[in-house]
Design a binder for this molecule. Structure first.
Ligand code: 6PG
Length: 502
């Protein structure tokens, strides 16, 4: 039997993608260095499929995998980003892969590595990339897929990707849920679109993850304020989040936060209270923050979310500092004040969320210019409406904003988002003011407010900064009362007449 697709790497994501492909009628030749994983995927497919038909064919070597595929070969990699991608690529070359064969890297590779790999392997095979978002469940029942690379390869991959991707109801913009093995959704808009040349898809996925970090962090800060500031129980916070999830904050990340907060251990204790407060990270959020600094895109909410994870990792230092460094007295709230504060906190979360997405999209826009890509932001927002980790009702509003104006420089300039921010800004300020007085860290929520205020301020103190630079380094400055582009330098400490026009 000649299979449609070769698949390498049957970890949780890989296995679920294989089962998803099989549900959608594709036959798969599967290989993993760990043979048990191959047998496990075959067994699970037969069990879920309730039949002996072999939709997944096990292979015990790269050569066998190639021999079981239709030509030109189409091979999907689901291996950890970095070195493993090169190891598998070299093994495929050793096994006789052909120049017109296509290899799709679905991991969270660093985008510049993808660009270099496409070049490195171009005489051996076509390296295509398509990051996958949605975790285990997304991989199984419909992820969001961000493909990029040679357009020729995309024509071959497109029907397969559109079949396995999450789907959205075009009328409502809401996900069309697929929850059972064997179930397929033939209609709806698939959450995949060709992003651009090599590297562009991985860049967009990287920014997705940067936004994911920010979105997670602002939810965590709201939880912290409610737990430590208002002394609410985890169930009470879950109730509040559940209610918030009915409005503009409706999202997968809110939904899972409710579930995490409600979860009890065997002794009935809230599990979240027992989880060590040290955050892990694999690097994509950090890469987004680094890229924002390199490109010159202001992304403080995203960057702060990365810092928050780093700060969390200094557990011992924080324990040592707690008795040493004083904070404010505990604030007491009347029932009425509590209620008003919770509403303000909701608005702070919503406005910060808008800022985080505005930062991510502006970053992609600046990167697009720098790298000569042609990104379609409405389509990117569309494919994030379902399947991925940041899926949210809100992504429809972002889609609408870019459909209204495809050249939109920043989401904060869109009429809908500008109105949302303006309407809620006072409430946001009240929340941040109270949080500051409570002494509860909320760097992502508060830096978002500072971002908002900076972005809406026509005159910033960078005039003084330019003066400082010119003072110690003769770095020159422009004047608001003279023609644009003209540079000046002053012999500081002497009267204005010593100004030199450069
Ligand atoms: C996704 C996730 C996924 C992964 C993150 C986790 O879109 O499905 O982003 O790619 O869970 O990489 O990243 P951290 O380990 O850095 O939190």
């Amino acid at each position: 039997q000649q299979c449609d697709i070769g698949f390498i790497g049957l970890g949780v994501m890989g296995k679920n993608l294989v089962l998803n492909l099989a549900d959608n009628g594709f036959t798969i030749a599967a290989f993993d260095l760990d043979n048990d994983k191959v047998s496990d995927a075959i067994k699970q497919d037969k069990f879920e499929n309730n039949s002996d038909i072999e939709r997944v064919i096990g292979c015990s070597s790269y050569t066998e995998l190639l021999s079981k595929l239709k030509s030109p070969h189409l091979i999907v990699l689901s291996v950890p980003a970095g070195e493993p991608v090169d190891q598998v690529s070299e093994s495929l070359i050793g096994a006789g892969i052909q120049p017109d064969d296509i290899v799709i890297d679905t991991g969270n590779s660093l985008w510049v590595d993808t660009v270099a790999r496409e070049e490195k392997y171009k005489n051996n095979f076509i390296l295509f990339s398509s990051a996958v978002s949605g975790g285990e469940e997304g991989a199984r029942f419909g992820p969001s897929l961000m493909p990029s690379g040679a357009p020729y390869a995309w024509t071959r991959i497109q029907p397969i990707w559109e079949a396995i991707a999450a789907k959205v109801d075009p009328k409502t913009g809401k996900p069309l849920e697929r929850t059972k093995p064997g179930q397929i959704i033939e209609h709806g808009e698939p959450c995949t679109t060709y992003i651009g040349p090599a590297g562009a898809g991985h860049y967009v996925k990287m920014v997705h993850n940067g936004i994911e970090y920010a979105d997670m962090q602002i939810i965590c800060e709201a939880y912290h304020v409610l737990r430590a500031g208002l002394s609410l129980s985890t169930d009470e916070i879950a109730d509040i989040f559940e209610q918030w999830n009915q409005g503009p904050l409706d999202s997968y990340l809110m939904e899972i936060s409710v579930e995490v907060l409600r979860h009890k251990d065997n002794e009935g204790k809230p599990l979240v209270d027992l989880i060590l407060d040290k955050a892990g990270q694999k690097g994509t959020g950090l890469w987004t923050a680094v890229s924002s600094l390199e490109v010159g895109a202001p992304a403080p909410t995203i960057t702060q979310a990365v810092y928050a994870r780093s700060i969390s990792s200094f557990k011992e230092l924080r324990i040592a500092a707690e008795p040493l460094l004083s904070g404010p007295e505990q604030i007491t709230f009347s029932a009425e004040e509590k209620h008003a504060f919770i509403e303000n906190l909701h608005d702070a979360l919503y406005c910060s969320k808008i800022c985080a997405y505005a930062q991510g999209f502006q970053l992609m826009k600046l990167a697009e210019k720098e790298h000569g890509w042609q990104l379609n932001f409405a389509n990117i927002a569309k494919i994030w409406r379902a399947g991925c980790i940041i899926r949210a009702a809100f992504l429809q509003s972002i889609t609408d904003a870019f459909q209204r104006n495809e050249d939109l420089e920043s989401l904060i300039l869109d009429e809908f988002f500008a109105q949302q921010l303006s309407k809620n800004q006072m409430s946001w300020r009240k929340a941040i003011a109270k949080i500051t007085l409570m002494g509860i860290p909320a760097g992502a929520l508060s830096s978002s407010l500072s971002y908002y205020d900076s972005m809406r301020t026509a005159v910033l103190p960078a005039n003084l900064l330019q003066g400082q630079r010119d003072y110690f380094g003769a770095h020159t400055f422009e004047r608001v009362d003279k023609s644009k582009g003209k540079k000046y330098h002053v012999q500081w400490g002497t009267p204005d007449k010593n100004m030199i026009e450069i």
